[in-house]
Design a protein around this ligand. Structure first.
Ligand SMILES: NC(=O)c1ccc[n+]([C@@H]2O[C@H](COP(=O)([O-])OP(=O)(O)OC[C@H]3O[C@@H](n4cnc5c(N)ncnc54)[C@H](OP(=O)(O)O)[C@@H]3O)[C@@H](O)[C@H]2O)c1
Length: 265
């Protein structure tokens, strides 16, 4: 279980470089903060935001002024040109070392029902939550491969090379939680499909030494999770980092909760 991870494991958690999409607020920003707080913080932390200017990115931009290892980049997961430009900026920074950890965190939830779901809602949510992580992973694959090739570690781990897709238990076909509270078919379908992307990635990228997994972060107090949620961003992101520090072959192609629980597809 993630909660039982020792501080010794965290002290050994040594990720050379990490990129988190959608990290101007919410869980993404929390993850960036937790990486900065590690005993061995990454040499490079790439926080990405849709808009570099404007109030949405103020906090992460201010954080970058205090931490030279934090680089804020523009990245819209639905825009291939923007993803490519971000990859090129990462390449310039890591200078031949590759990227160790890609966290596909960006996501949207439109409050829809079986009655009002339509082409636009289904397409937009799918494009952001499912196609986006696929495109970002494809673009960063050469850098992830490079990191895996250069690592002296055996087996799979987040310190070596990994893709972590931020999923949701809402996408579990077996559980289909809180249906009476919120239907959100487009969101559920997009996360179920994202889990399939994780499974496909895990089969295709294992031999390159890249670990691929889906995470459910819990119900978290963010703009998406609302104030009614059970967990704070700080609690959740602390637990997620502990979890990442323990991941090995066992978690490749699996669907793991913030508390270490394995979820059914
Ligand atoms: N909060 C929860 O309870 C919960 C539960 C299960 C799963 N999750 C998942 O956890 C992840 C983070 O959620 P959150 O609660 O932190 O949500 P949030 O507070 O709404 O933040 C979402 C982030 O994604 C970004 N984003 C949206 N569309 C994007 C695009 N096209 N390109 C790049 N970035 C984009 C947003 O950027 P802007 O500021 O530009 O909009 C924002 O940074 C999501 O994948 C979500 O599905 C959350």
């Amino acid at each position: 279980m993630a909660g039982s991870c020792s501080s010794a494991t965290m002290a050994k958690f040594n990720v050379g470089s990490v990129l988190v999409t959608g990290s101007n607020r919410g869980i993404g920003l929390g993850l960036v903060k937790r990486f900065l707080e590690l005993p061995n913080p990454p040499e490079w932390i790439f926080a990405t935001t849709r808009e570099l200017d404007g109030s949405q990115s103020k906090e992460v931009m201010e954080l970058a002024l205090k931490h030279p290892n934090l680089v804020v980049l523009q990245l819209d997961v639905t825009d291939p040109n923007s993803i490519k430009a971000a990859m090129q900026r990462v390449e310039e920074h890591v200078k031949g070392h590759g990227l160790n950890l890609l966290i596909n965190n960006a996501g949207i939830l439109w409050v829809t029902t079986m009655e009002n779901e339509n082409i636009e809602t289904m397409e937009t949510v799918y494009l952001t939550n499912t196609v986006g992580p696929l495109l970002v992973s494809q673009e960063f694959l050469p850098l992830l491969k490079k990191a895996a090739q250069q690592s002296t570690q055996t087996g799979l781990s987040c310190s070596k090379a990994a893709i972590v897709n931020m999923s949701s238990v809402a996408g579990s076909i077996k559980v289909v939680p809180v249906w009476e509270f919120e239907q959100i078919p487009s969101y559920r379908c997009s996360k179920a499909a994202l889990n399939m992307i994780t499974r496909c990635q895990s089969l295709e990228y294992k031999d390159y030494g890249i670990l691929c997994t889906s995470i459910h972060p819990g119900w978290v107090k963010t703009r998406m999770g609302t104030e009614m949620a059970l967990q704070t961003v700080k609690q959740t992101t602390q637990e997620i980092l502990k979890l990442l520090s323990t991941f090995s072959e066992k978690e490749n192609g699996s669907f793991v909760g913030w508390d270490g629980q394995i979820y059914p597809w």
